[in-house]
Design a protein around this ligand. Structure first.
Ligand SMILES: Cc1ncc(COP(=O)(O)O)c(C=O)c1O
Length: 393
């Protein structure tokens, strides 16, 4: 039987992720991968999780395995208020809602807000998983250019002034894929613009805790609370397998997000939420963040030093103060897609940057390099190899 005619129109809009195809290559023997976006497995606090698993069973008993509220496990919602206060977001547990990863929220926002043809503003480049989540709802993307300080407010204002948009999607800190951070001045400007033009911002913030250097910046949510849905996650500071994300949204939007989530999964896994709650209230999170930074910082330094030593002068790259990625921009005639095949032959994988652009044909000379899963010596070797491949042309 042919099933294609059975597919919904929105299903046909979903494309297989190119990154998944790339990640298959990564598992080949001897490959050094700078391609993935995974946290370092060595950072997962397995012993603590082991202890907390028993604690949760003793403390909550069957409650940890029962259906629970769509909003989230009360103890976790409560615990997250402390984390959020550190980012200048002062809320009560009732304001915090839990999702199945922040990816669950991205899909929820798409479902609740986007009708086919609606305009959604994204950075160029932006997080591929957000594009995938929104795509099936049929938006038209308005791509706003970015530079070393993140999205350029003048271009954003031009869009807000002239077009009717549904929402803006930004990753302001240690962005995926660029690693770049929106400067304080620009955060203030974005906050001012969304208030001036009555626009809604989805602020996706999975990486801000992974700061190796410099001073933490306030969230845009803390500057314009009524205009922002703030999304956080425990994926990069505990473990992604918990599939535990969270958000703070204006009340009317939260209402619809919760109804949409009821139809998807009723609620995020109770047991994972209970362990996450104990993990935060037990004071493990701050220590774990320091531990992750201790693992990532030398890896990032090794990558930047190797790039300084080997990459041609015609290339430029981001120097993030944290996060998981470095973004490379080659000269005009550089094609990161063609070079990808040559690099794979030499056993190094990365992600060509074009996949992070909403519009085909953009970003052909760019690439995303990840430094979190590979050891510093192998990072140095991989960058050396990439430079050789670039220079060989
Ligand atoms: C910018 C951004 N948002 C959201 C996610 C999804 O994270 P999770 O669903 O694990 O919380 C990721 C994952 O890499 C990401 O980079």
């Amino acid at each position: 039987m042919n099933y294609n005619h059975l597919l919904a129109k929105r299903t046909a809009r979903i494309k297989a992720s190119a990154i998944r195809e790339i990640l298959k290559v990564v598992s080949q023997p001897g490959m050094i991968s700078l391609a993935g976006g995974l946290p370092a497995p060595a950072s997962f606090p397995l012993e603590i999780i082991d202890e907390l698993s028993s604690l949760v069973i003793n403390k909550y008993g069957s409650k940890a395995f029962q259906y629970s509220a769509t909003e989230g496990f009360p103890e976790l919602r409560d615990a997250l208020t402390i984390l959020l206060a550190q980012k200048g977001i002062h809320v009560t547990a009732d304001d915090v809602c839990i999702t199945s990863g922040s990816q669950g929220l991205l899909d929820g926002v798409g479902k609740v807000l986007i009708s086919p043809g609606d305009k959604v503003v994204v950075e160029a480049p932006t997080y591929l998983g957000a594009l995938q989540a929104f795509n099936s709802y049929g938006p038209e993307y308005i791509c706003v250019p970015t530079d070393d300080d993140g999205i350029i407010p003048e271009y954003l204002e031009e869009v807000l002034k002239t077009q009717k948009i549904k929402f803006i999607y930004l990753v302001p800190t240690f962005q995926n894929p660029t690693g770049r951070t929106l400067s304080l001045k620009r955060r203030q400007k974005v906050a001012e613009l969304i208030q001036k033009y009555d626009a809604l911002l989805l602020e996706d913030d999975p990486y801000s805790d992974l700061r190796f250097r410099g001073t933490a910046l306030p969230s845009i949510k803390s500057m314009a609370p009524d205009n922002v849905i703030y999304a956080g996650t425990l994926s990069k500071i505990l473990a992604p397998g918990f599939r535990t994300g969270f958000y703070i949204a204006p009340a009317e939007i939260r209402h619809w997000l919760l109804l949409a989530k009821q139809g998807v999964d009723l609620h995020t896994g109770t047991y994972a939420q209970a362990i996450a709650a104990e993990y935060i209230t037990g004071g493990y999170l701050q220590k774990q963040i320091c531990r992750i930074i201790d693992i990532y910082k030398p890896k990032q330094e090794a990558m930047l030093a190797a790039m300084d030593a080997h990459f041609p002068d015609t290339f430029k790259w981001s120097h993030p103060e944290g996060g998981m990625f470095i973004w490379v921009e080659g000269p005009q005639d550089f094609d990161a897609g063609t070079m990808y095949r040559k690099a794979v032959e030499k056993k190094v994988a990365y992600v060509p940057g074009k996949y992070f652009y909403a519009h085909d044909g953009d970003g052909l000379g760019t690439m995303r390099l990840n430094f979190t899963v590979t050891d510093p010596e192998l990072i140095e070797k991989a960058i050396h190899t990439l430079s050789d491949v670039i220079k060989a042309g």
